[in-house]
Design a protein around this ligand. Structure first.
Ligand code: ADE
Ligand code: ZN
Length: 365
């Protein structure tokens, strides 16, 4: 394994290198828009250059399916054996958040991907906490951790993780989550239901991956059986009009990751992505990176990609940012502070970022 490089030395991915540098006013306005990131996996933040084998170029391999992708996460996370590596990854998350105007980040971590830490989950969380605290100090970005269960893991492993979490209650870990391959696991709502109920009763927040490799039934299970406060992805809800209406009526936010969905073949293209249909139907949506080091995504880049694909103007981008802040797991005072910053930003019709003229997407709808 190579020595960890500083953040600025991370090589990025094919997608990052291929992306045209948008230094225009619209991109600056979008990057300055106060927002939160609520769907980001620690596993997708390991710099590709740390992972041995492969092409040796430091580029992330190309994936076409979620199964292949999750296998890659197992291999790359297995390379991370030292606390300082975890600290570096955590601090780099806050640095990237700052560049995208994300003032708060909820970071999902799934212990099943990190074999070196199986017997020292406390040390794992302490290292992340140190990196995130240093990142807050340096960049002013607040953060919380969501411990995620794996859909396909042996049931006793999930129970053990929830037992650990409820016994230790590390202050940085504020939520329980579930991710992984829903298609491979089949319906598991009943299996995870009691674990989510225990977490909720203990005061933890909840979110769940659903409607990515499962269809609308997976989303319904996440809402009705797990009572998840937020649905990670959730986009295949669009296949069921009654479910879409129900999500809109309940106000359940979907943490959408458009580029991830295209890269993993969940949707054929950005233009065909259902996020706009869901939003237009009244469903609360935010846009997020999922696994930034592997998909070459940034939060501001995802806002910009949606603006380009769907003609989202500043009002709509502001709504997306508002949902991201309202649905993040920061304490109420911090959410209020960020909503205030968002209101001030949106109330400033000129904005210092607009010296070069109005953003390209404005007025396109
Ligand atoms: N873990 C990391 N990224 C994921 C995704 N997109 N879906 C399910 N589990 C994941
Ligand atoms: Zn995800």
């Amino acid at each position: 394994m190579r020595t960890p490089e500083p953040v600025s030395g991370d090589p990025g991915t094919d997608a990052q290198r291929a992306a045209p540098a948008d230094t225009g006013a619209a991109a600056r306005w979008t990057a300055g828009l106060p927002k939160a990131e609520v769907h980001l996996h620690l596993e997708g933040c390991v710099p590709p250059s740390w992972v041995g084998g492969g092409s040796g170029t430091g580029a992330a391999p190309a994936f076409t399916t979620l199964g292949e992708f999750l296998g890659h996460l197992d291999r790359s996370c297995a390379q991370v054996t030292r606390g300082e590596q975890l600290q570096h990854i955590a601090q780099a998350i806050t640095a990237r958040a700052r560049e995208s105007g994300a003032e708060h980040v909820d970071v999902i971590f799934n212990p099943s991907h990190w074999p070196a830490w199986k017997r020292d989950l406390g040390g794992f969380v302490r290292a992340l906490d140190a990196g995130l605290a240093a990142g807050e100090e340096e960049h002013g970005v607040t953060s919380a951790l969501c411990l995620s269960l794996l859909r396909t893991q042996p049931p006793e492993d999930s129970v053990g993780l929830v037992d650990w979490l409820l016994e230790k209650r590390p202050p940085r870990v504020v939520a329980l989550s579930v991710d992984g391959n829903e298609a491979a696991a089949g319906p598991t709502g009943e299996r995870f239901r009691p674990l989510f109920a225990r977490a909720r009763a203990a005061g933890l927040r909840t979110c769940a991956h659903a409607g990515e490799s499962s269809g609308p039934d997976g989303v319904r299970d996440a809402v009705e059986l797990l009572a998840a406060e937020r649905i990670d992805h959730g986009i295949r809800a669009v296949e069921d009009a009654a479910l879409v209406a129900d999500l809109a009526a309940r106000g359940t936010p979907l943490d959408v990751c458009p580029t991830s969905n295209v890269r993993l073949g969940v949707v054929p293209s950005m233009a065909a992505h259902p996020v706009e249909r869901l939003r237009a139907a009244g469903v609360r949506v935010s846009v997020n990176t999922d696994d930034p080091q592997l998909f070459g995504t940034t939060v501001a880049g995802e806002y910009g990609a949606c603006a380009a694909a769907f003609g989202w103007d500043r009002r709509i981008l502001g709504e997306i940012a508002r949902t991201s802040i309202e649905s993040c797991f920061a304490p109420p005072d911090r959410r209020r502070e960020l909503l205030g910053a968002l209101d001030r930003y949106l109330a400033d019709p000129g904005g210092t970022a607009l010296e070069d003229g109005p953003p390209a997407q404005e007025g396109s709808r």
